[in-house]
Design a protein around this ligand. Structure first.
Ligand code: SAH
Length: 272
């Protein structure tokens, strides 16, 4: 693999050490592929390849097909410039410990320079001290201290998710739109209608107030805070042009059935 790949995450190896349940290997492959990773290394798995691993991998069987099976951690780390080991437990001699999100930040820096290995331990007793001491950093998922050990595939998923988020954040910083956007809103690309203008919204409020007067729900001489509260309600909705049109249609129908003159709005506010 080149030191400066088009996608730096091609330089990220997920290394599983002596996994006993092949179902976990399949679940890891699936979780990796979901997050855009595909470079899996297996150090002495108890059983691989087998039916269970492929069953759990679902559509990620290609990750299993390409998995590298090796006899030692040394082989899995050969050629890497940065090594990170994951552990649920603190050790007597503490190592530089970091969260999955800090790990992802580090991976973003390092994967441009060369290959990075993220090591995950055995289901029954994790990584040995010697294995952890092969690492530059320890990654700890901040789980419940009274029950800190995650299922292997879930631990891989958490770390790979953080890698994905950091990758998407980097793309956003370069000006690309990504699925990170918190909530699609009127005016965003992908929304089916244009956002309403301030003038259109003001036209609606004028019309609404007039209708409330027509039906004797609202008295201008004793307004209380009715219009303020209704404004706040509708402003929270960030209405689009179509929604404004529908609401104004409803208001016109109310005026018609109440026998009020149609299309009457508060002067000067209908700037559509
Ligand atoms: N019983 C083992 C944990 C095994 S869980 C122990 O005490 O170490 C299998 C693997 O999942 C671990 O080796 C580690 O790679 C990962 N893992 C599980 N929980 C984790 C956590 N809270 N933080 C980081 N890695 C974790």
């Amino acid at each position: 693999m080149s030191a400066t790949p088009a996608n730096p995450y091609d330089n990220v190896r997920i290394v599983l050490v002596e996994t006993s349940h092949s179902g976990n290997i399949g679940a890891v492959a699936r979780g990796m592929k979901n997050m855009g990773l595909g470079n899996l290394w297996l150090v002495n798995p108890a059983s691989f390849p087998d039916e269970t691993s492929y069953a759990r991998a679902a559509g990620a069987s290609d990750v299993l097909d390409r998995a590298q099976v090796v006899d030692s951690l040394d082989e899995a780390l050969a050629g890497c410039i940065t090594v990170m080991g994951t552990s649920a437990r603190g050790r007597k001699v503490p190592w530089p410990i970091m969260s999955p999100s800090a790990c992802a930040e580090k991976v973003n820096e390092e994967a441009f320079k060369g290959e990075v290995a993220l090591i995950f331990g055995r289901e029954n007793h994790g990584l040995s001290n010697d294995e952890l001491q092969r690492c530059h950093y320890h990654i700890h998922i901040p789980s419940n201290p009274d029950y800190s050990s995650l299922n292997l595939a879930m631990a891989v998923q958490v770390v790979c998710y953080e890698l994905r988020i950091k990758q998407l954040e980097a793309l956003e910083a370069e000006g690309e739109r990504t699925a990170l956007q918190p909530m699609l809103a009127p005016g965003d690309p992908g929304w089916d209608m244009q956002a309403a203008t301030v003038g259109e919204v003001e036209g609606f409020f004028g019309h609404l107030e007039q209708v409330l007067v027509d039906i004797e729900f609202h008295r201008r001489e004793n307004p209380r805070q009715l219009m303020s509260r209704l404004r706040r309600l509708f402003q929270r909705a960030r209405m689009d042009k179509m929604e404004i049109n529908i609401l104004r249609g409803v208001l016109s129908a109310v005026q018609k059935s109440a026998g009020a003159p149609q299309g009457q709005t508060k002067a000067g506010q209908d700037q559509g």
